[in-house]
Write a protein that binds this ligand. Structure first.
Ligand code: ADP
Length: 490
């Protein structure tokens, strides 16, 4: 048998079957974007949904549907219920494989949420009735770690492979490395919510699941997809249907992906998602992708920035078009800030693509937070930027670049956008998203620290804009702040 035709426990013959859609469930929005970009870069046609699958937004001709939840640190029962609901919705859309995406640093605790989420999805895949699913959700309230395959059905072997070479995350002998140090020696050991003080993935996973956990080591992976499939089958015969898989690079991930190409449930981070995408793209006929041509037709751009991260401030410093700084101290009212900003936009748009930002350097941020309280300040700014996005789209903006994770969430929520078709990446992990409803808009949602210094200028198509250079301040004439020049002590 050839590598490409590898079969394994619970897997169909990868060599001959037509491949179905992948449905990916990510435990946060940025993770969903990463996976969507990974699938897209492999050549798949991908839709991305925020917060839940919108069955109404039916899109045809897709290879993958990705849904971003917010379950990484949610209470276990809530995380399980949301994930099972997403799994059901994705299956209803026609997904034949579910990809559970977690952070490449395996962010979790002994109580979850990775193990309980996968256990519940495995039980859901094994379940054939709506009543079975209702039972899962009901059980999640008391004991989310359900018995595997409680109804006698079989979801097959599930691999756990967080390796993501682009981020320096690799797995060897079941140990997760961050760059050249073990996970437990990386800054993740001091994470406020999910401190990772052990690098052994088997030890991390075992307390989180009722399933048996084994290891497919690097020797098996180096020996090829058939060897991996055989190792999975051997481990399964020994009672381990959850298998941590070693992988050091993209080649190893490709081997793993070939072995599990048709598995019902696969888990990992962006690295394995990209490899699965490559394995599927190689095996299916994909229609030509028109998303890049689509971007060209979205010509009325604006940029909103609510991230205060160093990289976003660097990107703002490169801005040469009209720019407006929102000052929540001078005007601590989201609606009023938005009103003023939209009035400014009407005047400024004639001079080029406008940037509206609240991003402050650390000292400025502290001043705002001391004056208003951190939560209230964030609330005011997020409300303002959400309302501004709505106003901009009403004024005809159809290409919106947004900097900041929470800020992106606030903007898509205010716009009422539930998801869209995933286009090319403007920077690694930052793809364009084309939403059709409620209005056609191309969105670039970037986490604060993502992207090269010229990303905002480039994505807005603002490179040749008139160099008016001066940012104004919205709020009051005496507004403090260093508009557009966010250097300072960071
Ligand atoms: P990142 O991706 O860099 O973490 P986020 O958008 O997730 O960016 O988070 C930035 C947070 O800071 C948001 O909640 C935003 O509303 C808030 N914020 C932005 N500008 C200011 C400001 N000038 N003062 C206080 N809070 C701010």
């Amino acid at each position: 048998m050839s590598d490409a035709g590898a079969t394994g426990a619970g897997m169909s013959d990868a060599g001959v079957t037509a491949v179905g859609m992948i449905g990916a469930i990510a435990d946060d929005l940025t993770g969903a974007t990463d996976v969507a970009a990974a699938f897209r870069s492999a050549g798949l046609r991908v839709a991305l949904f925020f917060g839940g699958v919108d069955a109404a937004a039916s899109m045809s001709g897709l290879d993958a549907v990705v849904v971003g939840l917010k379950t990484r640190t949610a209470p276990v029962a809530d995380a399980v219920a949301q994930s099972v609901a997403a799994a059901r919705a994705l299956t209803a859309l026609g997904c034949t494989q579910l990809y559970v995406k977690y952070c490449s640093t395996f962010d979790s605790q002994p109580t979850g949420n990775i193990g309980p989420i996968v256990d519940a999805i495995v039980a859901e895949v094994g379940s054939t009735t709506a009543a079975g699913t209702a039972a899962i959700i009901a059980a999640a309230g008391t004991d989310p770690r359900l018995e595997p395959n409680a109804r006698g059905a079989d979801a097959g072997t599930v691999v756990f492979a967080p390796t993501t070479p682009a981020q320096g995350r690799t797995v060897y002998q079941g140990h997760l490395f961050v760059g050249d140090v073990l996970l437990s020696d990386s800054p993740m050991r001091d994470h406020p919510l999910t401190p990772m003080t052990d690098a052994n993935l088997l030890r991390l996973l075992r307390p989180q699941t009722t399933h048996g956990v084994g290891l497919a080591d690097h020797a098996a992976v180096r020996a090829g997809a058939d060897a991996v499939a055989r190792r999975l089958a051997d481990l399964r015969a020994q009672g381990a249907d959850y298998v941590v898989v070693d992988a050091l690079d993209g080649h190893d991930l490709d081997t793993v992906a070939r072995a599990v190409r048709d598995a019902r449930v696969v888990t990992g981070a962006a690295g394995l998602a990209a490899a699965l995408g490559r394995a599927r793209a190689a095996a299916s006929f994909l229609p030509a992708d028109d998303t890049d041509a689509r971007l060209a037709s979205h010509g009325t751009a604006a940029v909103l920035a609510g991230s205060c991260s160093a990289r976003t401030r660097e990107q703002i410093a490169r801005w040469h078009g009209p720019a407006l700084l929102l000052d929540p101290i001078a005007l601590p009212d989201g609606d009023a800030l938005a009103h003023d900003a939209l009035a400014w936009y009407q005047r400024a748009r004639v001079d080029g693509v406008p940037l509206i930002f609240s991003s402050a350097e650390p000292a400025g941020l502290r001043r705002v937070q001391d004056a208003l309280g951190a939560d209230r300040a964030a609330e005011i700014v997020e409300r303002a930027l959400g309302l501004i996005a709505v106003g901009l789209v009403r004024h005809g903006v159809d290409r919106l670049v947004v900097a900041g994770g929470e800020t992106s969430g606030a903007v898509v929520h205010a716009l009422g956008v539930t998801g869209g078709l995933v286009g090319a990446e403007a920077a690694p992990g930052v793809p364009w998203i084309f939403a059709d409803a409620p209005a056609p808009v191309a969105l670039l949602l970037k986490s604060g620290n993502y992207g090269d210094p010229d990303l905002l200028v480039r994505a807005a198509g603002a490179g040749a804009a008139g160099a008016t250079g001066m940012a104004e301040a919205s709020g009051a004439t005496g507004a403090a702040g260093a508009p557009g020049a966010p250097g300072g002590a960071s």
